[in-house]
Design a protein around this ligand. Structure first.
Ligand code: PLP
Length: 295
């Protein structure tokens, strides 16, 4: 199991980043986490689409084309030689003056980190996880828009710290209106009477790639999905709750604020979505360049 880091096209086992890189100084960077299946990067095209969207959102020019990313990623995966990999792609503002104004940064740094696969323990998919509704609100869309995946995650770090203090695995974050937003690194879904509900992108959330795939799969399988502004009470009284993310995939939630959700175990819809998503990973869909995200 090895780790390889590709820094602007040069692959090595380690990386020291300059103190003057604004990614380090100010969290001025964008990033993506990509999983593999049979060591092929899953959903690489929507991840790169979102990376570019994030970069546009902070007026950062990404120096590499999609083809260059795909080639460099392939090279880095090959050099690491793991059976399955965890991939983190980061583009930082680059080196500049010790001043938040990015105009002194002329050359963004592109980093591809490849390590052994990260997986959540299998027990969690059977028992479900415990979430806490925290007081830290998701950023407003007209502040640091949650639709932009930047290296500045402090707001979500505060939320997960609060959730941990409350004895939960992760947080449920609300938006400034008090409606449901998302968890700190995953999107929220819940079910009432066989219908799935998920906060709309307009509530101020990241456009999750897993979220998109799960919505598509639900619809293809005759399960209706409603997106909207949703109150926290609807989550707490749900029959089932699950969260979605690249590494988590579809993770059942069985307790919220230490109260049992539904029957207290992963429900039939959660299990169905876990299975359907697992089947997708075995198919050619994650490699389809036509898979596009809505932002
Ligand atoms: N929401 C936030 C804030 C995230 O950081 C992530 C993943 O990094 C997600 C949702 C899930 O997105 P995806 O399914 O694309 O991994």
């Amino acid at each position: 199991m090895t780790t390889k880091i590709n820094f602007n096209g040069v692959i090595s086992e380690n990386l020291s980043i300059s103190f003057y890189d604004h990614g380090f100084l100010f969290g001025d960077s964008v990033y993506e986490v990509v999983a593999t299946h049979k060591n092929r990067p899953c959903f690489l095209y929507p991840h790169l689409q979102r990376l570019h969207n994030s970069a546009d959102g902070i007026s950062l020019n990404i120096p590499w084309s999609t083809d260059r990313f795909a080639e460099e990623l392939q090279r880095t995966l090959q050099e690491a030689g793991n059976p399955e990999s965890y991939i983190r792609i980061i583009v930082t503002r680059g080196e500049g003056a010790v001043d938040i104004d990015p105009s002194s940064c002329t050359q963004p740094n592109v980093i591809i980190y490849v390590s052994a696969e990260k997986k959540y323990p299998a027990e969690l998919y059977m028992s479900g996880v415990n979430l806490a509704v925290v007081s830290v609100k998701r950023n407003a869309r007209d502040a640091l828009n949650p639709g932009i995946k930047t290296g500045n995650y402090l707001n979500n770090i505060l939320a997960v710290v609060e959730a941990n203090r409350m004895g939960a695995h992760d947080a449920v974050m609300l938006n400034a209106n008090g409606d449901l937003a998302e968890s700190t690194t995953s999107n929220l879904f819940f079910a009432h009477n066989g219908t799935l509900f998920t906060p709309a992108l307009g509530c101020g959330i990241l456009a999750g790639i897993t979220r998109s795939m799960v919505m598509q799969l639900a619809q293809e399988n005759g399960i209706s999905v409603e997106e909207g502004s949703l109150p926290v009470e609807a989550l707490i009284s749900a029959d089932e709750v699950f969260i979605t993310g690249t590494i988590k995939r579809v993770m059942p939630v069985t307790r919220i604020d230490n109260k049992i959700v539904g029957e207290g175990r992963p429900g039939p819809l959660s299990q169905k979505m876990m299975r359907l998503y697992g089947d997708v990973l075995e198919s050619e869909i994650p490699y389809d360049p036509a898979f596009k995200l809505q932002f």
